[in-house]
Design a protein around this ligand. Structure first.
Ligand code: C5P
Length: 308
């Protein structure tokens, strides 16, 4: 009997998200500093008659359970390249907030890819897996590699980054998600409205912050807090003004930095250490400004097949 294969994949927070102008292909060039954090989805691949997706977890009803699911598309892409029948049941145990700006869908795609590769014995190389990931979405390659990395291009061209220590985070999960394309569109609209223009000709090329990379390298949370930025934050706040209250509540609770995670609406708070993170989490939970509060530290490993 063929045993099911389970892969565990982390969420991410963007400690810097510098967004360039709108490209002719509809994407934006980025300087995207990703940090994987220890909040995980698990994807289990089991042989089946046909490709099938099931999802468990408190947000499961918000996740597509058809071939639109990024995990299904990942399995289909790997099967097509290797001439394998994609007859697999993918079960997603969801812990990463859905449409939350933490790459939950990307995590499921990367998890499905490594789980199916192990189940089918397709033996795809790392390069091939990264290529498939990049076809599936801008954040999917990072979900595969994890750790900390600088993403250039639309976020898919990765350079691993050194981190000197674990960073401790609190995440405030909002009620309902935000659509990533809608947040990018709002960013363009705000830029147009401010008179700068929104295209690659109008906006300087995005660059990583040397101070931020140094803070990651030395593992200094105060220095990292001083350097975090997210160019999508004004757009996320414009679409979801109540997030301002969540950010204030975290800052009042003593977080070193408060920012929207990626395209939001999850808000991320950096704490000095694990104990401070617990205090910020408790204050946020009591503030009534979010649906749920989670703590996690990063860097965390990328998509990993669990053995045994
Ligand atoms: O690559 P992904 O499928 O995650 O992108 C979803 C959408 O987010 C894109 O269609 C685009 O509207 C927007 N996006 C962007 N620039 C990026 C990444 C995503 O405009 N670098």
């Amino acid at each position: 009997m063929i045993r099911p294969v389970t892969a565990r994949v982390p969420a991410k927070v963007n400690v810097q998200l510098a967004v360039g102008g709108l490209r002719p292909d509809g994407f934006h060039d980025l300087a995207n500093v990703f940090l994987a954090v220890g909040l995980y989805d698990e994807v289990t691949a089991t042989p089946a008659d046909t490709l099938r997706i099931t999802v468990a977890g408190s947000d499961a009803h918000q996740v597509p359970q058809d071939h639109d699911n990024l995990a299904a598309r990942a399995a289909l892409a790997l099967a097509a390249r290797h001439g394998v029948d994609p007859a697999v049941h993918l079960h997603i145990a969801k812990d990463i907030p859905v449409a939350g700006g933490m790459a939950g869908g990307s995590a499921d795609a990367a998890g499905a890819l490594v789980a199916c590769d192990a189940l089918w014995g397709t033996g795809a190389t790392r390069e091939e897996l990264l290529e498939i990931c990049a076809e599936l979405g801008s954040d999917v390659p990072f979900s595969l590699v994890g750790g900390a990395a600088l993403g250039r291009g639309r976020g898919e061209l990765l350079e691993p980054l050194e981190t000197g220590a674990a960073f401790h985070w609190v995440f405030a999960v909002a009620d309902g998600g935000l659509s990533t394309p809608a947040v990018y569109r709002e960013c363009d609209r705000l830029r147009e409205a401010s008179g700068t223009g929104a295209t690659v000709a109008d906006i300087p090329d995005p660059e990583p912050s040397p101070a931020l990379l140094e803070a990651l390298r030395t593992g200094d949370p105060a220095a990292l807090a001083a350097a975090v930025t997210n160019d999508l934050q004004p757009a996320a706040l414009s679409l979801r003004p109540t997030l301002a209250g969540t950010l204030c509540a975290g800052a009042d609770a003593g977080a070193l930095a408060s920012l929207v995670s990626g395209s939001g609406p999850t808000c991320a708070f950096l704490a000095k250490d694990a104990e401070a993170a617990q205090a910020v989490a408790a204050a946020l939970a009591a503030s009534g400004t979010c649906r749920a509060v989670r703590t996690a530290s990063g860097p965390a490993p990328g998509a990993t097949v669990l053995t045994g």
